[in-house]
Design a protein around this ligand. Sequence first.
Ligand code: HOZ
Length: 435
Amino acid sequence: MTRNQSLFERAQRHIPGGVNSPVRAFRSVGGAPCFFVKGQGARFIDADGKEYLDYVGSWGPLILGHAHPEVVAAVQAAAADGLSFGAPIEAEIELAELLCRLVPSLDMARLVSSGTEATMSAIRLARGYTGRDLLIKFEGCYHGHSDSLLVKAGSGLLTFGDRAGLAQGSPSSGGVPADIAKHTLVLPYNDAAALTEAFARQGGQIAAIIIEPVAGNMNLIAPEPAFLAAARALTAQHGAVLIFDEVMTGFRVGLHSAQGLYGITPDLSTFGKVIGGGMPLAAFGGRRDIMEKIAPLGSVYQAGTLSGNPVAVAAGLATLKLIQAKGFYENLTARARQLCAGLTAAAQKHGVAFCAQNVGGMFGLYFTQTPPTNFAEVTAADTEAFGRFFHALLNAGHYFAPSAFEAGFVSAAHTEADIASTIAAAEAHFAATGR
Ligand code: HOZ
């Protein structure tokens, strides 16, 4: 038995499923998950001493790669001064100022500890601001695991969720009362007509639209610009709040996030992952008149013992400083594009129905002829072919997300030669299994 396998057996005795977050369990691809012991740059090493090129990057935060020396030094310096105060610190002002400068739709920001908290709080705020209950989300989008968002949700829910519930549009998770789920209206992604119809029918009751501006929890689905524009126009027209969930896309697809890339100004936005540089940190922010409804200024309550934690804020500030370097996003995007083009060409050469696309530093891999544009298309893809691809690449030392329904990530530490080695490993797999 390998050390990974024995750790997994041990983990399952005292941790449900052996993991602290379901997608990590490898259930959708089979086998035992790798337990990691060390990471540096684009690579990390598992408990059996095997090294992998990492295309998960802790599910997005590691835009600089593992253990970037400047981020580690900032964390060490902050930790030496105290791990938590539960009281204000100057560094959290700097982080809020920086977020508001880099993302012009933010007048104010509130720091929290996870993406789930950020989206849950943004929705409560939108409801408090509008005095309405109804929330629109899109099929296959995942906005964390708070109750009202576990309806036709993506990410792990596509592997572990209640499939019957999925079919009926009821909660995708056990333990979510139908009475809560009934306030969430689920519409197809990239369907401006369905959105227009929903507002025509119920416009006066809709508190908010929450959307991943590039969907990254059902593989990667790129938005049609007219769809995002319709979401903006309809919310403005009907007095609803447009929430961009940029937990994944924030500072990942560009320095000004997806809203900068597509030229849309949301009312509220949520961030996580990159802004914490690998530490538990997230944020929500937006228009001043809305943000002023949050306690202690307004009646919408939101709080957290570890919010604005000094060590996490130090990691975030160090990361956000480094990503502002000239050419950072051009380089990151070029690496992701190189990966997608190389994998697609290798598959075509061997007659495999496969394609790939990237938006900035995130990418999607699809065992289909053309990239899917919505949930129905993405769930029709060949997940068994993905599982075979995943294991062949894992074996060869290239670590992709263990699910066909997650986006992948490159970091600034990935070199052209790294990407070329992954393309070569994929080509060997396609050559062995294609046609
Ligand atoms: N939220 C991640 C998937 N989109 C999973 C996080 C994890 O398992 O670590």
